[in-house]
Write a protein that binds this ligand. Structure first.
Ligand SMILES: Nc1ncnc2c1ncn2[C@@H]1O[C@H](COP(=O)(O)OP(=O)(O)OP(=O)(O)O)[C@@H](O)[C@H]1O
Ligand SMILES: [Mg+2]
Length: 300
């Protein structure tokens, strides 16, 4: 398998704090990979090591098979680590021009990226006056506009409004699906992660607590939850596809295309249906289940 980022037994200590405590993780090239974990779990530290911004105490990190921090591998990466800071006296457009010169990407299509991250109306404003969400939009343009193969985003939408989150989700999916960019992102917005990521890793206290594709971690595909009376009759109709969910409801493992026939069959069997809704896979339960209660309680 082609790997975008590999961590091998990574340890990073800051004094007595073990930010990474023997983390091993392989992130495949292609698709969107989510890194989850409580505050202080080591997500940003992993990204900083991958980008060569800090050195590991021991262990190794590789980008596309080469040691992390090498100039040749860094050319293939774009990143936004936490809310970026830029010279406050430059406009958004001039900031991107400056970054393009710095990274040798003089041909980068700055105007396209300003529009793509939704900063068209603010391109000539000084970034010193930008809100957190606006700075993050600019940071995303800066991460993407050199057309890297891998983009590392640390909480890219933590300051954005709901419409902004949706736009950025579409942008990330688009870049992964249509342009083959690998995207690694850390986020605390589990619903967002479920919608945008193909695979996720859950870190806890500097170690890997769980890893897998989003569907298997969240217990498979969505199921139809039906509030019904009597429950027994509904379960008889559903057979192996049904299970009770509390005293008044059942969960049906059916495809969307099968629902009209199922509802007809239930009505014909004398079952009264007062509610039917799709229940999506639940990443929150998977997340909480992977972590010790103590890990959840105290950030380090
Ligand atoms: N430069 C530093 N000096 C001292 N301690 C640090 C430094 N950077 C990180 N740490 C510590 O390492 C641990 C891991 O921090 P890190 O920023 O990687 O966590 P995180 O998973 O990104 O958390 P969050 O979800 O809050 O962003 C924390 O205990 C943090 O205080
Ligand atoms: Mg962090």
């Amino acid at each position: 398998m082609n790997l975008a980022l590999e961590a091998e037994n990574l340890v990073k200590t800051y004094g007595a704090v073990r930010a990474l405590d023997g983390l091993s993780l392989s992130i495949p090239a292609g698709g969107v990979f989510g890194v989850l974990g409580p505050n202080g779990a080591g997500k940003s530290t992993l990204f900083r090591i991958a980008l060569g911004l800090v050195r590991p105490t021991s262990g190794a990190a590789r980008l596309f098979g080469a040691p992390a921090g090498q100039t040749s591998s860094l050319r293939r990466v774009g990143a936004m680590i936490e809310t970026p800071r830029y010279p406050p006296y430059l406009t958004a457009r001039d900031t991107l021009k400056m970054l393009a010169l710095e990274s040798g990407a003089a041909g980068a299509d700055i105007e396209y990226w300003i529009e793509r991250v939704g900063l068209g109306g603010a391109a000539d404003r000084k970034t010193g006056g930008f809100s957190v969400g606006m700075k993050q939009r600019l940071g995303l343009a800066a991460a993407f506009f050199t057309r890297p193969e891998l983009v590392i985003l640390d909480e890219p939408t933590s300051g954005m409004d709901p419409a902004g989150i949706q736009e950025i989700r579409a942008l990330i999916r688009d870049l992964a699906d249509k342009e083959g960019v690998t995207i690694i992102l850390a986020s605390h917005q589990l619903d967002e992660v479920r919608r945008v990521c193909d695979r996720v890793a859950i870190l806890s206290k500097g170690k890997l607590a769980a890893e897998g594709d989003v569907e298997s971690l969240t217990g498979g595909r969505p199921r139809l939850r039906l509030t019904v009376t009597p429950v027994e009759a509904a379960l008889t109709v559903l057979g192996a596809k049904g299970e009770p969910d509390g005293p008044h409801a059942v969960l049906a493992d059916v495809l969307r295309a099968e629902t009209p026939a199922l509802i007809r069959a239930l009505v014909e069997a004398g079952v009264e249906i007062t509610e039917a809704r799709w229940r999506e896979g639940d990443l929150e339960s998977a997340y909480l289940g992977a972590l010790e209660p103590k890990d959840l309680a105290d950030a380090r």
